[in-house]
Design a protein around this ligand. Structure first.
Ligand SMILES: NC(=O)c1ccc[n+]([C@@H]2O[C@H](COP(=O)([O-])OP(=O)(O)OC[C@H]3O[C@@H](n4cnc5c(N)ncnc54)[C@H](O)[C@@H]3O)[C@@H](O)[C@H]2O)c1
Length: 413
C-alpha cells in the first residue's frame, strides 16, 4: 500500500470518516472535495489506472485528507481502510466503452472482484456503502425514460461491450444481497452521463474529447450519425445527489437513477462546443445560437441532390447530406455543399464499426426517470449544460488536464 499524502491518524478522529474508492478519478475527486469541505475526514483509495494524482493535488495538504494508492481488490488494504471509516463511497471501477473493449478482463477484476472484496469488508464492520452504478445497466432497451425497476435488455456475451453493464449489475446484486442477508446498509446510485472538469477524453467520453478537438482546431469526430441523444448532468449536481442519498435513512436498500432529463443530440452538443470555444477566441463558428440544428438541417436538405447523398458509404445515413462521413483520418466522401455552414464543416462522422469494431451497438436515447430521487430527496439538477461546458472549456484551456501525474507514471499499467 502506497500512501501518497497522509495526515493525522484517522482512527483518532471523532469526525465522520469517509472512504472514497476511485477518489482520484473524475467524479470521486469532486466527491472527496465536497466531503472535505463539509467536515469529513477523507481517505481516497485509488490504483490510478484512469484516475490521476493531479485530480486530488489541491487536497494533498489538507490535514483531513489522505490518498492511498492501491486496488479495491487488495483484501488486506481494503479491510484496514474500511475498518477505519464510517461510510464508503464505492466509485472505483474500470470505466468507459473504449477501456472495456481494450481490456475486458480488467472490467471483471475491478468491477466484480474488487466490489466483492469491498462489500465483504463493509459487511464485516457494518459500514454504510454508497455503490456507484450506471445507466448502462438498462442495456439497449428503448423504453425511455428508464425507471429503476425496468427490465434490462442486453446483447450477447460474445460482444464485450455488454460486460460493463453486466459487471455493474453484479455489483448491484451483490450489494442488495448483503443488504438482505446481512443487514448491510447500502444505497445504489445509477449515474447517467455525468460531466464536468477533470473528466478524461482518453476512454471515449464525448465531452472532453470534443472540447479538446475544438480547442486544438481539429475536426470534431462524432461516432454514428450524431442524432443519438444523451442527458448530461453536471458533476456538482451528481455529487449533491450522492451526498444526499448518503444522509437519507429512507434511501437504504434502494436503487436511484441520478441524471439530467434534458436530452441533447451529439450533433447539437458539438455545435454548442464550437460556439463556446470560438466565442472565447473571438472567431465565428457560423452557428446560430438557439436554432435547432434539426430544423435547419431539414430545411437545407431539401436542396441536396440524390447523387451527392449516394456518395456516402452504403447503409449509412449522413446527418448532413453531402458533408463528410469519415474515419479518423478524415477521408471525405464528397465536397461540402455550398449551403454548409462553417460549424457543420468542422464535424466528422465516424461509423461505429470503424470506431469500435464490427457489430458495435450504441443506444439512441438514454433518459432517466428521476421521480424516485426527486420524491425521496427533493433532488433535481440545477446546472445547465452550457454552464458545464464553459467550465470544461476553461479546465482544458488552463492546461490542468495535461499536467503530468508522477504517481500514475510509477504505477503498473
Ligand atoms: N462519468 C460518468 O458519466 C459515469 C456514468 C455512469 C457511472 N459512472 C460510475 O462512476 C464511477 C466513477 O467514474 P468516473 O467517471 O469518475 O471515472 P474515472 O475513471 O475517472 O474514475 C474511476 C476511478 O477508479 C479508479 N480505479 C480503477 N480500478 C481501480 C482499482 N482496482 N482499485 C482502485 N481504484 C480503481 C481509477 O483509477 C479512477 O480513478 C464509476 O464507478 C463509474 O462506473 C460514471
Amino acid at each position: 500500500m502506497t500512501t501518497v499524502t497522509s495526515s493525522s491518524n484517522l482512527t483518532e478522529s471523532r469526525r465522520a470518516r469517509a472512504l472514497v474508492t476511485g477518489g482520484a478519478g473524475f467524479i470521486g475527486s469532486h466527491l472527496a472535495e465536497h466531503l472535505l469541505a463539509h467536515g469529513y475526514d477523507v481517505t481516497v483509495l485509488d490504483n490510478l489506472s484512469t484516475g490521476r494524482t493531479d485530480n486530488v493535488r489541491q487536497l494533498a495538504s489538507h490535514p483531513r485528507f489522505r490518498c492511498v494508492v492501491d486496488s479495491v481488490a487488495n483484501e488486506a488494504v481494503v479491510d484496514q481502510l474500511v475498518s477505519e471509516c464510517d461510510v464508503v463511497f464505492h466509485l472505483g471501477a474500470a470505466v468507459g466503452v473504449e477501456l472495456v473493449l481494450q481490456d475486458p478482463l480488467r472490467v471483471f477484476e475491478t468491477n466484480v472482484l474488487g466490489s466483492h472484496c469491498l462489500l465483504r469488508a463493509a459487511a464485516r464492520y457494518q459500514r454504510k456503502v454508497l455503490v456507484a452504478s450506471t445507466s448502462e445497466i438498462y442495456g439497449k432497451s428503448d423504453r425511455v425514460p428508464f425507471r429503476e425497476d425496468d427490465d434490462r435488455l442486453l446483447g450477447p456475451t460474445t460482444a464485450a461491450r455488454w460486460s460493463y453493464s453486466a459487471s455493474k449489475a453484479l455489483d448491484e446484486f451483490l450489494a442488495l444481497a448483503y443488504h438482505r442477508a446481512q443487514d448491510l446498509p447500502i444505497v445504489i446510485f445509477r449515474l447517467f452521463n455525468t460531466v464536468g472538469p477533470r473528466q478524461t477524453g482518453r476512454y471515449g467520453m464525448v465531452i472532453p474529447r470534443l472540447v479538446q478537438q475544438a480547442l486544438r482546431g481539429e475536426p470534431l469526430t462524432i461516432y454514428g450519425d450524431g442524432q443519438q441523444t444523451r442527458c448530461f448532468c453536471d458533476v456538482v449536481d451528481a455529487v449533491r445527489a450522492i451526498i444526499g442519498l448518503a444522509n437519507c435513512p429512507a434511501a437504504l436498500g434502494q436503487v436511484f437513477n441520478v441524471g439530467s432529463t434534458t436530452e441533447v443530440s451529439i450533433l447539437e452538443l458539438a455545435r454548442r462546443i464550437l460556439l463556446l470555444t470560438d466565442e472565447s477566441t473571438g472567431s465565428s463558428p457560423g452557428g446560430v445560437p438557439g436554432t435547432s440544428w434539426k430544423a435547419r438541417e431539414s430545411s437545407r436538405s431539401a436542396g441536396i441532390s440524390p447523387a451527392r447523398e449516394n456518395r456516402t458509404l452504403a447503409g449509412e445515413t449522413p446527418a448532413f447530406p453531402g458533408l463528410p462521413l469519415s474515419d479518423d483520418s478524415a477521408v471525405h466522401f464528397g465536397e461540402p455543399t455550398t449551403t454548409a455552414t462553417p460549424w457543420e464543416e468542422r464535424i466528422r462522422l465516424v461509423p461505429y464499426d470503424r470506431a469500435y469494431g464490427p457489430g458495435f451497438e450504441d443506444l439512441r436515447r438514454r433518459v432517466p426517470d428521476t421521480t424516485r430521487i426527486k420524491t425521496t430527496l427533493g433532488w433535481e439538477p440545477r446546472i445547465s449544460l452550457d454552464e458545464t461546458l464553459r467550465r470544461v472549456v476553461a479546465f482544458y484551456r488552463s492546461g490542468e488536464a495535461s499536467a503530468p501525474s508522477p504517481a500514475a507514471n510509477s504505477m503498473p499499467a
